[in-house]
Design a protein. Structure first.
Lengths: 116, 115
């Protein structure tokens, strides 16, 4: 099975500052990796995904993430945050094949709070 | 193209009761997955349905059951409700294929409160 650890439960940051949300995963097979955002009282929206190829992945709203296989990490970054980025962010992993294809395993989430 | 929809939005039940949650998948998707998101936690995989058959199950007891219909919509049923079943229940639809796009599209969720 796969698992995800999000190292920070809360990240406060001032507007226009850079931010990094950390994610490490564990898996015995090749994986796909995802970052989702959840605004209050809403479902999950996909920010970006890594399936294969380039390890630097660009997503929506100016976010990007880098897949590091040797460190089993998939950290999310944004060079300059806005107040509207305040939300809960979830890292997720799924197997890249086999019987568990399509199942997502999530971390516990990181609450990003952007202050003016 | 219609996205994933879920009903009802909110639900309040008492311990021991039974509940049915519904999900309509996105057009063209043949797979529905259900997740439970307890307060302050990440979503946890309950089970997945592919072409009307259960295609994998997470660590949830048998009182959590589901169905998928020919139009690929789905139901999640929970019997003998417990207080710990209080959570946001998320449905996601997809068309998983190895080596290809594996994106799951989530609905807005059903907030279940068990008193």
């Amino acid at each position: 099975a796969q698992s995800v650890t999000q190292l920070d439960s809360q990240v406060p940051v001032f507007e226009e500052a850079p931010v990094e949300l950390r994610c490490n995963y564990s898996s015995s097979v090749s994986v796909y990796l995802f970052w989702y955002v959840q605004y209050p009282n809403q479902g999950l929206q996909l920010l970006l995904k890594y399936l294969s190829g380039s390890t630097l992945v660009k997503g929506i709203n100016g976010f990007e993430a880098e897949f590091n296989k040797s460190q089993t990490s998939f950290h999310l970054r944004k060079p300059s945050v806005h107040i509207s980025d305040t939300a809960e962010y979830f890292c997720a992993v799924s197997a890249a094949g086999g019987s568990t294809l399509g199942r997502l395993y999530f971390g516990r989430g990181t609450q990003l709070t952007v202050w003016p | 193209e219609t996205g994933v929809t879920q009903s009802p939005t909110h639900l309040i039940k008492t311990r021991g009761q039974q509940v049915t949650l519904r999900c309509s998948s996105q057009s063209g998707h043949n797979t529905v997955s259900w997740y439970q998101q307890a307060l302050g936690q990440g979503p946890q995989f309950i089970f997945q349905y592919y072409r009307e058959e259960e295609n994998g199950r997470g660590n949830f007891p048998p009182r959590f059951s589901g169905l998928q219909f020919p139009n690929y919509s789905s139901e999640l049923n929970v019997n003998a409700l417990e207080l710990d079943d209080s959570a946001l229940y998320l449905c996601a639809s997809s068309s998983p294929r190895s080596g290809g796009d594996n994106e799951q599209f989530f609905g807005p969720g059903t907030r279940l409160t068990v008193l």
